[in-house]
Design a protein around this ligand. Structure first.
Ligand code: SF4
Length: 422
């Protein structure tokens, strides 16, 4: 008997550990790119150029202001102090189009005087949101630009190429060429449970794991496994116990609670994996979420995004994820803690958090009262159990009022409660 010939298999891709082993520096400070190298793509050809319409530009006095003033002498009249809460001046071009945007869609400053004449923020755009995370500088994409996640066929190539527009090498080189200052960048508030210097290795690890997932074939079909990895890494760093597949079972609980049956598309999961590092650094209500809560909130986001992309008339882009994260954040926090047992930090903290709401609905007050009683029970009830005690109020399909109460509950849980482990 002869053995049938086997088709040669391509060698497996080596794990992308570049973001763990190679650290780019800017004037001696480590840079952190919270997305896999080369994972984000944008094309200025055919774009409506929202970046050049009414977007505030950070302007250095010694170089950029001088250049701009030569081309547009009256521009200084429209300067405003404190760009991005930092020491730079801010100049906002007209909302219809920048003074220097020519009829061919090019920047006239760059076209006439060379790339070095272009303001730094424009030159780096969309990777122009630089924030400090302890000693490191994080480089966040500005999603005013309609970035997309690099298509499948190009992804493996882009992640090993040093010249892709969003590769770490290209971005770091451009940052050094613009002579971006070492200091003076807005500080990203640290999460409540770790300093940035403690959390940065975790964030780097999450991005490296995302890079591996994006290079895998076939691409990930659901988010739960990646969330579980984040949960395990976080628990190990914080020294707390975790159950295997805790995030995968949380996803089932959230789907049951919301009666969601829509499955996420593979492209939707890939986008969420690629954007995970950025979302983990994106504040909600002005605060970066605790590292311990981030994986569970991303699971809740995965469920909500699967509904959103299935709605008639929806078009999914990375901006959808960022928008849901920012606007639905408190709801995500409540859903992320469905299986957790909340205890009040203090009765006064609970009262103060509830007092923010003018005429809160009866069901919300009842849930808050139950949280107050939770500490006196032999076994504290979970958020899911406390909500189900309200019978129809939180039964699926949820009403808009029920969702609004969950937003309020999410804020109350975040401000005034502690939990037994997720
Ligand atoms: S918004 Fe992005 S893709 Fe559009 S012109 Fe500006 S940088 Fe290019």
């Amino acid at each position: 008997m002869t053995t049938p010939p086997t088709r040669p298999q391509p060698p497996p891709l080596p794990p992308d550990t570049s973001s763990l082993t190679r650290v780019h520096l800017l004037a001696g400070r480590p840079l952190f790119f919270p997305f896999p190298s080369g994972a984000l793509t944008y094309s200025c050809v055919g774009c409506d150029a929202p970046c050049c319409k009414g977007q505030p530009i950070g302007i250095g006095r010694s170089r950029e202001l001088v250049t701009i003033q030569q081309a547009q002498p009256r521009a200084p009249l429209f300067a405003v102090p404190g760009w991005n809460d930092g020491p730079l001046l801010s100049l906002t071009p007209p909302p219809e189009k920048c003074w220097f945007f020519d009829k061919n869609g090019r920047c006239r400053l760059e076209h006439v005087a060379g790339r070095d004449a272009k303001p730094t923020g424009c030159r780096l755009f969309p990777f122009s949101r630089i924030v400090t995370m302890g000693e490191a500088l994080a480089v966040l994409p500005d999603l005013v630009c309609p970035v997309s996640v690099t298509p499948t066929a190009e992804r493996a190539l882009a992640s090993t190429s040093s010249s892709h527009p969003s590769s770490y090498d290209t971005l770091a080189l451009e940052m050094s060429r613009t002579q971006l200052p070492r200091g003076g960048h807005k500080a990203l508030p640290a999460p409540a449970d770790l300093s940035w210097d403690e959390a940065l290795p975790l964030e780097r690890h999450v991005v490296a794991a995302a890079a591996d997932l994006l290079r895998a074939a076939p691409p990930p079909a659901f988010y739960g496994a990646f969330a579980d990895l984040q949960h395990q890494l976080t628990s190990a760093l914080l020294g707390v116990d975790t159950k295997p597949s805790a995030m995968a079972s949380l996803e089932s609980d959230i789907r049951r609670f919301l009666a969601v049956t829509e499955a996420a598309s593979v492209d939707g999961v890939v986008e969420l994996v690629a954007l995970t590092g950025v979302l983990r650094l994106t504040p909600i209500d002005g605060a970066v979420v605790p590292r311990r809560a981030a994986p569970a909130m991303l699971v809740a986001l995965a469920v909500l995004a699967s509904v959103h992309e299935s709605m008639r008339g929806s078009r999914r882009t990375p901006r959808t994820l960022l928008g849901l994260w920012r606007t639905q954040g408190p709801l995500l926090y409540a859903l992320a803690h469905l299986g957790s047992r909340p205890l009040p930090l203090s009765p006064a903290a609970l009262d103060a958090a509830l007092a923010r709401y003018h005429a809160p609905r009866r069901a919300l007050v009842a849930v808050v009262d139950a949280i107050r009683d939770n500490g006196a029970r032999s076994v504290a009830a979970t958020v899911d159990e406390l909500l189900r005690q309200q019978k129809d109020e939180f039964a699926p399909p949820l009403t808009a009022d029920a969702v609004a109460m969950l937003h309020a509950l999410g804020r109350i849980l975040r401000e005034a409660c502690t939990f037994t482990p997720i």
